[in-house]
Design a protein around this ligand. Sequence first.
Ligand code: IYR
Length: 221
Amino acid sequence: MSDAPFVPLGFERLDPETMLARARAFAETAERRRSVRAFSSDPIPMSVVDECIRAAGTAPSGAHKQPWTFAVVTDPDIKRRVREAAEEEERENYGGRMNEEWLEDLRPFGTNAEKPFLEVAPALIVVFRHSWEDRGEGDRGQNYYTQESVGIASGMLLAALNAAGLATLTHTPSPMGFLGEVLGRPKNEKAFLLIPIGYPADDCQVPDLERKPLEDIVARY
Ligand code: IYR
């Protein structure tokens, strides 16, 4: 095994004004992102989705193992199976697996075990985390910091989709083992997030939330 060769970085320094303008523009775009649970069934340009996944795949990862698979589901039959299995888990969650405080914390969001958006949204992206790599004949290749790596990649995916004009939901119908089964993913891949994507329904409403102001989330030393 040889070490990877090093190449020049090719980094462009921007003037501070341009930096601030870009940072502001990005923050304003990010500010407009909301978790959407009422989707239009209108089709979306899948080439846009491909580009957003390309962006997500640039995330840093432990030892550059890139321990992720982004499964894109548009097939109505598979979406229906995902919905049915998710709702089965969610009925257990809402019916007792989540405690009183948890249910109370969720009340402002009006969520329940019904997940019609899993069929209505034109596409679902299931992010899988590779907990190891299968090198064949029972040989397992190690991966590192996979939660962090796939978490970062997922954040980049959400930001890219939002910037490209698509609405998303970060959905975690836990436990999510059914997703690997429905999609026939190999054993080393663990479902990490289920992200319905599309345009919001015309009558989509979202909770009237406030985000913490900058001064409440930053600590300067
Ligand atoms: N997975 C459930 C419950 C749920 C939990 C949290 I924490 C949320 O922020 C939202 C929902 C569901 O999707 O309904």
